[in-house]
Design a protein around this ligand. Structure first.
Ligand code: URA
Length: 237
């Protein structure tokens, strides 16, 4: 890949700003000052800017413990988005959320630079399990469980069967495969038990790392990334 393209993808500066950095001798490839933006960066090469090694990986996958009050969006003119919780390099690399959580929903959100991966994971055909912890008004019963298992009838569609595990009178774990707008809230709402709070615990093979405080993130491990690609029916590069 061309050096100027790499540097601007990483958000080091604008394309012309990157050329200036290179011209002023601040960028080295394997210890050798780069000559021009057109220099090729061999894969695995060390690229430094002002002596600091750059993380040149263009593909990244992140898990975020989404806090309440933040939009799942790549950008918004007025409100804080999940991208604001990550270092700017992720936005430069066009990292995108895999599906969306409501503004008040917390917990596991995966973000990736791989658009194909994101697209496949949220495809309704893919049936990826999503597990949520829900606190609801009222007392959950075996009838709610049966209704979830049969597929809750909503005004515009019937939800796919979902597993409801009752953890306490108003506390449950629910496993759904769909991801329609306000899906889980609507399913509980249809049972007359409105959701008080919702937290996602897992997405396919990925479980929320409970050591992450709300608002914190980490990159997926190699094993997690491989499992996610497998869940998407793709081979992990
Ligand atoms: N279902 C909802 O209702 N909200 C979410 O944020 C996720 C699933």
């Amino acid at each position: 890949m061309r050096l100027d393209k790499l540097l601007s993808a990483l958000g080091a500066a604008s394309r012309s700003g990157c050329r200036d950095l290179i011209r002023s001798g601040r960028v080295k490839i394997n210890g050798v000052p780069a000559g021009s933006g057109a220099d090729r960066v061999p894969s695995g090469a060390e690229v430094t800017l002002d002596g600091q090694a750059l993380d040149t990986r263009l593909t990244r996958h992140v898990m975020l413990n989404k806090p309440a009050g933040v939009l799942t969006a790549r950008e918004d003119t007025r409100q804080k988005t999940v991208m604001d919780l990550l270092p700017p390099v992720y936005a430069s690399l066009e990292c995108m959320p895999v599906g969306r959580l409501d503004k008040d929903t917390t917990g596991l959100l995966i973000l990736t630079t791989d658009g194909e991966l994101a697209h496949r994971l949220i495809s309704p055909q893919r049936h990826v399990d999503k597990v949520y912890e829900a606190k609801v008004e009222g007392t959950l019963t075996g009838e709610d469980q049966a209704a979830f298992a049969a597929g809750v009838v909503l005004s515009d569609f019937t939800a796919m069967p979902a597993a409801l595990q009752i953890m306490g009178p108003g506390l449950a774990r629910v496993t759904v495969q769909e991801g329609k707008y306000h899906q889980v809230k609507r399913m509980f709402g249809a049972r007359g038990k409105p959701v008080i709070s919702l937290r996602r615990l897992s997405f396919g093979p990925i479980e929320l790392d409970e050591t992450l405080l709300p608002g914190q993130y980490r990159e997926l491990t190699e094993e997690e990334a491989a499992a996610l690609y497998a869940a998407a029916g793709m081979t992990h590069a």
